[in-house]
Write a protein that binds this ligand. Structure first.
Ligand SMILES: Nc1ncnc2c1ncn2[C@@H]1O[C@H](COP(=O)(O)OP(=O)(O)OP(=O)(O)O)[C@@H](O)[C@H]1O
Length: 541
């Protein structure tokens, strides 16, 4: 018996649980594997951890055994097994290949995936690391996939596979490709980080994130925001796709633009496409373009957005709304770097950086079959989470001042807010995030009846049309992150207003308590209760 731990791929049909034979079971296993690998990447971009974890999971979850990652040796001109799972130390140490040598060496040289159906019948298969006697008795296959950093092949991800199993070969190949892509992207990021660190060590002056942020028009200093800005800067020069995650109005478009502006493509086009806003029938021709006569009304050939964005960046907002058919085409474009116009016969090379954004939980959409799994993982290589405004409430006064200056300048006004009013703004929930705050300040400036507005005026304006203002611009029907609507009258603690506030409201309303209450965003009952608490008026029954 093989001394190695039995894993799914090595089990016989008889011992395999009947449930495991369904493709649903394998989808769940795949999802779990890829989610775990992505989580490992999210824990800090440590290649060692991710590499070991991925090989372990490939074996345990999918039966892709004796996985190994072959990379160039640091000090010699040879490729060697840098990470492995299910190999003894001696076996791993034997795994050394010249470029072009054996199956592994030729995968690295040619940059193509190789599938050896039966290792016993393939003359180029060296069997150098693991002896045949250590492998299962039946037909054993070997899969090897190149790992790329940008356009260079830097190594290979390979594993053994029982030839006859209840899972199609192409599914294993697909997963191997996804994992190899993730590893390649991670190596690319690490490469960039290394270079950056070297620049810091060489005392190259680097702009502080907040200086940079100011340049991109991003206001705020909360750690979660600065982290997102630092991530943007780290990956600005890379080619991998970026996925911006965050509630509506948190600044995803602003960040997409910052990414474009921070990278080498800044002088080239930045195209924004809102996938939720395009009718499905037009989507394909808008994105991929069309040839003359491709459909009725196509009197002229037209380049699609991918072509138009070539050399620059394309921002696909609300990517979760993209129809499945187009997801397949998008994946191909990302993989091959080409588009085919509608009605066209030739492939057109495009070179654009893709930034996608969503306020939905795409992994749920994948589970429901609304979003392609392989596209999700392709997009999710660099996920960047933007904090909601309530998660960075300390930034609200700075943001409010920024929007106040802007609204004053564009409306030729000089409206100011008291410190108390600023404080009040910081306490509000802002479910529509920065967009809601910005719209509210604009309204405040336009409707201000005095040059200086205090808490009372701000509160009354916010309460006045709270529901309108609170509504996020778009609320997808199944939005996972979608914020709850602000209640028409937000909850207010009993001490929400000072006696001055109450007196002033009464003065402004000419003593009309109902109107005073309304101005403060209170019910009459709440207003009387506060008057009583402050000893100003007996409460009504
Ligand atoms: N940190 C910030 N500093 C300054 N302005 C900001 C910031 N974040 C967002 N904004 C502003 O708030 C508004 C909404 O931002 P943006 O459109 O980028 O959000 P979004 O997340 O893309 O929203 P949606 O998901 O609804 O498309 C814009 O006017 C943007 O300039």
């Amino acid at each position: 018996m093989s001394p190695e731990k039995a894993t799914i791929g090595d089990m016989t049909n008889e011992t395999r649980d009947v449930h495991r034979e369904t493709s649903g079971f394998w989808r769940t296993q795949e999802m779990f594997l890829i989610q775990e690998v992505t989580n490992l990447i999210g824990k800090g971009l440590y290649f060692d951890q991710v590499a070991r974890g991925a090989l372990h999971l490939m074996s345990e979850m999918l039966g892709l055994n004796r996985g190994r990652i072959v990379l160039k040796s640091q000090d010699e001109d040879v490729y060697r097994i840098a990470y492995s799972y299910g190999l003894t130390t001696a076996e791993a140490a034997r795994g050394r290949y010249q470029l072009g040598e054996g199956v592994t060496g030729s995968v690295i040289q040619a940059g193509h995936l190789v599938i050896v159906q039966d290792i016993d019948k393939e003359p180029t298969f060296l069997g150098r690391a693991v002896e045949r006697s250590r492998l299962p008795e039946g037909v054993v296959s070997f899969l090897a996939c190149p790992i790329r950093v940008e356009d260079r092949t830097v190594g290979a991800l390979a594993c053994h596979r029982i030839r006859h199993r209840d899972r199609p070969l192409q599914d294993d190949v697909r997963i191997l490709k996804i994992v190899a892509t993730l590893l390649g992207q991670l190596l690319t990021l690490n490469d960039r980080l290394d270079r950056r660190m070297r620049a810091i060590e060489a005392r190259e002056p680097l702009a502080k994130p907040s200086d940079q942020a100011a340049r991109y028009g991003i206001v705020g200093e909360a750690p979660a925001l600065l982290r997102a800005i630092a991530q943007i800067e780290q990956v600005a020069d890379a080619t991998a796709s970026v996925l911006l995650l965050g509630e509506s109005g948190t600044g995803k478009e602003l960040f997409a633009h910052a990414l474009h502006a921070a990278g080498p493509r800044k002088s080239k086009p930045f195209m924004k496409v809102n996938c939720a806003a395009i009718p499905e029938s037009l989507f394909e021709s808008e994105l991929f373009g069309h040839e003359r006569g491709a459909f009725t009304g196509a009197t002229e050939a037209r380049a699609g957005w991918f072509e138009q964005a070539s050399g620059g960046t394309i921002f696909l907002d609300e990517i979760g709304e993209m129809p499945l058919l187009l997801q397949t085409k998008l994946l191909r474009t990302l993989q091959e770097g080409v588009v085919m116009r509608l009605g066209g016969k030739r492939e057109i090379r495009v070179d654009m950086r893709l930034v996608a954004a969503t306020n939905r939980d795409l992994s749920l959409a994948v589970e429901r079959g609304d979003f392609r799994e392989d596209l999700f993982y392709r997009l999710n290589v660099i996920p960047i989470q933007l904090p909601s405004l309530s998660q960075r409430a300390a930034d609200i006064p700075q943001l409010a001042r920024h929007f106040l200056n802007r609204a004053n300048a564009s409306n030729r006004r000089e409206v100011a807010l008291t410190a108390d009013a600023m404080h009040y703004l910081s306490e509000q929930p802002w479910p529509g995030n920065v967009r809601q705050l910005s719209n509210f300040i604009e309204r405040l400036v336009l409707l201000a009846s005095a040059p200086v507005l205090g808490r009372v005026e701000v509160a009354s304006l916010l309460a006045d049309r709270a529901f309108d203002i609170a509504a996020p611009r778009q609320r997808p029907p199944e939005a996972h992150f979608a914020p709850a609507a602000m209640p028409v009258r937000p909850y207010l603690p009993v001490k929400s207003h000072t006696s001055d506030d109450l007196r002033r409201a009464l003065e402004l309303s000419g003593g009309n308590k109902a109107r005073a209450a309304q101005q403060l965003g209170l019910t009459e009952r709440q207003f009387f209760y506060r008057l009583k608490k402050l000893g100003l008026e007996p409460a009504r029954s």
